[in-house]
Ligand binder design. Sequence first.
Ligand SMILES: [Zn+2]
Ligand SMILES: [Zn+2]
Length: 154
Amino acid sequence: MSETRPAVLTGGCQCGAVRYALYREPVNPHICHCRMCQKAMGGPIAAYAAILLSDFTWTRGAPKLFDSSSIVTRGFCGDCGTPLSFRFGDDKWLGFTLATLDEPDRVVPTRAFGKESKRSWFDGIHNLPLTSADDELPAEMKAKLVSYQHEDAN
Ligand SMILES: [Zn+2]
Ligand SMILES: [Zn+2]
């Protein structure tokens, strides 16, 4: 790693085996409802922004790659499975998953794609009864809880 520029944003997977840094603010922050993203995330949406590869480095490890189609390669941690990246062929732009940022509120989506696959229940999620993880976990489980998730590096 010969990069000397200060990182603008950093992030990584749940276990910490794969970490990355951006050296410029990303562009095109968006969510995607498409069926490919749903499968890749195991959730109703993906949230990505794009960065030029010349402004991005994997600072620890590297993602395992899966071609989800003839034009797209997705990267994820081979140890813990966290979805990390999205790239069209050999494009100079790389998409990275917004929720893997150490400061996940720093980049805010401004567009949504994949209308055709938006789940029928998605619009109702803001009306669900909302509790905190702390409210839900029984005291005896809380007492035993040790997180193995890699700490966000602030
Ligand atoms: Zn990992
Ligand atoms: Zn998608």
